[in-house]
Design a binder for this molecule. Structure first.
Ligand code: 13P
Length: 256
């Protein structure tokens, strides 16, 4: 039923893994395994230096390439940064914004995330906006407040029409890279809260069009149950996206 309104998207987040040569080899291994995905869009979010190799290796396939970050200014004296238009011109379609690792290690605040969302949308890139609570926040029972604040600030100034051009990924920080997945109920509840928040801000039609992913130790064993949730429209996969058979199994689960 979700498919009528919005895309199912399985995206791999390779994080800081794979050199360009290794990237090419991994994409070539993955390509035949996920090429048949009909009902879901597959995206590989690779390190900046791997983008070129990944684009080449996915030419004439339906696999989209994404980046893992961008800077919000269009150009200028920002040593080491990469702009939205640089990515768009290469052929990148998606960009992860506000991943918890960037928030924790590189100072991405909600306001910076919002600026990056606008930069991505203005360049025609689809931002995958990550939100998620820490273990402490969950234990203090403030998950809903944290998620609503992150969503509301990330979407400041965005129009209802732009909602279908972006993705929100719910990634509880305590589930990332820990092997500890949120339960289907926990993940489903927060993804529902995200859609309710977007409905409040942008209306029912926009909310229906929004793809919401779950991320955090998603793997071949738990993917089907998570993806069966009404408000979970895909996954943002870390560790398992580097293992071709695991990633294939997740894509297959989304393709049911
Ligand atoms: P893991 O799947 O390795 O837990 O990572 C999730 C993630 O951070 C994806 O962005």
């Amino acid at each position: 039923m979700n498919r009528r309104y919005r895309k199912t998207i399985i995206a791999g987040n390779w994080k800081m893994n794979k050199t360009p040569k290794e990237a090419r080899a991994l994409v070539e291994e993955l390509r035949p395994l996920i090429a048949k995905a009909k009902w879901c869009t597959t995206v590989l979010c690779v390190p900046f230096v791997d983008i070129s190799a990944a684009l080449k290796a996915t030419r004439a396939t339906k696999i989209a390439i994404g980046a893992q970050n961008l800077y919000y200014e269009p150009a200028g004296a920002y040593t080491g940064e990469v702009s939205a238009s640089m990515l768009a011109e290469m052929g990148v379609k998606y960009v992860i914004v506000g991943h918890s690792e960037r928030r924790a290690l590189f100072g991405d605040t909600d306001v910076i995330v919002n600026k990056k969302v606008h930069a991505a949308l203005n360049a025609g890139l689809k931002p995958i906006i990550c939100v998620g609570e820490s273990l402490e926040e969950r234990e203090q029972d403030v998950t809903a407040e944290v998620i609503r604040k992150q969503v509301k600030i990330a979407l400041m100034g965005v129009t209802a029409d732009q909602i279908r051009k972006l993705v929100i990924a719910y990634e509880p920080i305590w589930a990332i890279g820990t092997g500890k997945t949120a339960t289907v109920e926990q993940a489903g509840a927060v993804c529902t809260l995200i859609r309710d928040t977007v409905r409040e801000l942008f209306g029912a039609r926009a909310a229906r069009s929004l793809t919401i992913q779950y991320g955090g130790s998603m793997n071949e064993k738990n993917a089907a149950a998570l993806l069966a949730e009404l408000n979970i429209d895909g996954g943002l996969i870390g560790g398992a996206s580097l293992k071709p058979e695991s990633f294939k199994a997740i894509v297959d689960a989304a393709n049911q």
